[in-house]
Each structure stands twice: as C-alpha cells, then as structure tokens.
Ligand binder design. Structure first.
Ligand code: ZN
Length: 351
C-alpha cells in the first residue's frame, strides 16, 4: 500500500504514514454518488435522459389519444362502402405527436453520449489490491454509440416523416392513409424511399437500445448504484417496433402485393397499421418509463472501493465519521478521536 500524500510505502496497520507523518483515514463504504469523480457529468446525463424519456411517454400517450379519435373512422372504413379517411380533425394532434418524439429522442441521444463521457471519470484505485476500478473505455463506448445511433434515428425520421412528405406537399400520415385506400396509384413517387428510411430508422433504434443494454451488461461488478438495476424494456420495444414497421413497409416496397379490394393483403396492411398506432405506443409508454428509471440509476453510479485519504500532519483532523486506517479489511475499524478545538483553528476541512 502507498500513502496517497507522499506515495511512500505504508504498512497495513499504520495509522500515520512513516514517511511524511500524514494521518491515514480509510472510508470502507462507497462514497455518496455525488462525491464520486465526474458525478456532475453523469447527473447532467441523468437529468437530460429523464426529461427525454418523459417527453417520449407523453408522445406515446398522444399517439394513443389520436388513435382513439380514429376508431369511429376505422369502423366505418372496414364496413364500407365509403373508403375514405379524414385526418383533418386529428392533424394537429398527429403533427405534435410526430414532432415531439424527435425532441424526446434527441435529448436521449445527447444524454447517452454525455453518460458515456461521464462513466470514464468514474474510477478509483483500491488501496488494498492496488487495482484501479473503472469503467473500461471499451465499455464506455457503448452508451456513446447508442447516443449516436439514436441521433441517426432522429435525422432519418426527420427526413422521411417531415422532409420527404413536405416535398410532395403532404404529410406522412396522409400519404399512408392514401396508400391504404388507393394503393400505389394514390401516393407520390417519394413514398418508396420514405418507407425504406422508416425501416432503416427502426433498425437503427434496435441497434441503439442494444448498445445501451450492452453497457449495463458490461459494467464491472464493483460499480454499483443505490437501487437494483432491473433490465429496461427499451430493447424489446424497439424490436417489436421494427417488426411492425417492416410489416407495414413490406407492402409499399412491393415485397408483398397489395390490393385495395378488401382482400387479405389490405386486411394485413391495416392490421399492421392499427398495431403501430395502438399496441406499439402502449408498449412504448412503458418502455420509456422503464428507461427513465434506468437514467435515474445512471446518475447514482458509485464505486464499491474503499477510499484511503492521507491528511498531512499539520492539518491532521480526521473528517467527521471517518474511521482511521486499520489495515486488515476484515477487522473492525476504530473511530478517530474527535478533533480538539485547537486542531480545528484556522484549518479548513481537508477532503
Ligand atoms: Zn506519506
């Protein structure tokens, strides 16, 4: 073991350093999370991530509300004979829902990158084993990759959902509804590339949520947080979302032949579309809620490593509540004698 003050060798039973005379103080339990290196960075990531997740929960709830408004139309559409869908009543709701998830996932993407940076700061040398406990860079890279992938999702989604339809003078929801009614004849040529980007974005989201799962999986056992880390359902949601998205896009992309006569192809397409508007957002609301609690945990990461502090002799006051160095980790620690008034005069608390 080495003295943190002068780096001189110290014995396991030394209460003061034989080289520089500093008083050795050992805190056996992990520090409070806010006392760990880089806590402010991880706390910032945690706040941004939680806000982003709250926005996503609200977005999924808005989509559910919008689909509830569509139910009467859906029933009359299936009964026929009038096969029209009027989206004007819920256009604002759809526009808001389709815009704020760009904001929500944009916040989550930045939060994940900041989390990756903040996890690199979380490191401390174990005074007994001399091993430095830390998040390896090969692990810290995963939330950064997840953040970049989520950011890519935001870019791809902005293009297919806002940029491309605007060029065609329409909205994505209207184009999809027109396709459902009239088939390929009713949609602009850009629809094909829109559907391709939609599937690519869904794949990117699966990759991003998988990267975050990898990060949690690879965290060293000595990195703990206040509460148990249950797995987030974000990855499962992303996988279901991808399957349903492929189910919808397979028709416009010509992988499955479409008909507008009420045959099996139209029923399958409308079923996938209805699932995307009901089951997927319901699952999404729960998934982003679980991701919100996960971000809370990320803000409280700390190291299960004892802290050895050396307080130079001239300023030798042990911090309140700290135990003096006794060497053998199995032995009970002795409490440091309370500092006298003389010791405290003119001396700031040494951290
Ligand atoms: Zn020393």
């Amino acid at each position: 073991m080495k003295c943190p003050n002068c780096m001189g060798p110290i014995g396991p039973d030394d209460r003061t350093c034989p080289s520089c005379g500093a008083v050795l103080v050992l805190e056996k339990k992990p520090n409070r999370p806010e006392e760990e290196n880089g806590w402010a960075v991880r706390h910032l990531a945690s706040i941004m991530g939680r806000i982003g997740c709250a926005v996503m929960v609200a977005q999924n709830a808005l989509v559910l509300v919008a689909s509830a408004f569509l139910i009467p139309q859906a029933i009359s559409f299936l009964n026929g004979p009038s096969r029209t869908v009027d989206l004007t009543g819920i256009a604002t709701l759809l526009f808001v829902a389709n815009t704020i998830d760009l904001v929500g996932l944009g916040l989550i993407s930045v939060a994940l990158i900041v989390l990756g940076v903040g996890s690199i700061f979380l490191r401390r040398r174990d005074p007994f084993t001399e091993a430095e406990v830390m998040v390896p860079t090969s692990t810290a890279i995963f939330p950064m990759a997840a953040g970049l992938l989520v950011f890519l999702w935001v870019l791809l989604t902005a293009v297919w959902r806002i940029g491309d339809p605007a060029q065609a003078g329409s909205t994505a929801a209207e184009i999809l509804a027109n396709y459902a009614i009239r088939g390929p004849a009713g949609v602009p040529p850009v629809f094909g590339s829109m559907m391709t980007l939609w599937v690519v974005a869904a794949i990117v989201l699966v990759a991003g949520s998988g990267c975050l799962r990898m990060f949690v999986h690879r965290l060293p056992a000595k990195i703990v947080s206040g509460r148990p880390t249950r797995p987030s359902s974000w990855l499962y949601f992303a996988v279901v979302n991808l399957i349903v998205t492929i189910g919808i896009a397979a028709f416009p992309l010509g992988i499955v032949a479409y008909d507008t006569s009420g045959g099996p192809a139209q029923i399958a397409f409308l079923t996938f579309l209805a699932t995307k508007l009901t089951f997927v957002p319901l699952l999404g609301a729960f998934a982003y809620w679980s991701l919100l609690t996960r971000f809370d945990v990320f803000g409280k990461l700390s190291l299960l490593v004892p802290v050895l502090k050396a307080i130079p002799r001239r300023a030798s006051t042990a911090p309140e509540g700290a135990a003096t160095m006794r060497g053998d980790p199995g032995m009970p620690t002795a409490w440091a004698p309370p500092p006298s008034d003389d010791d405290m005069v003119g001396i700031d608390r040494v951290k």
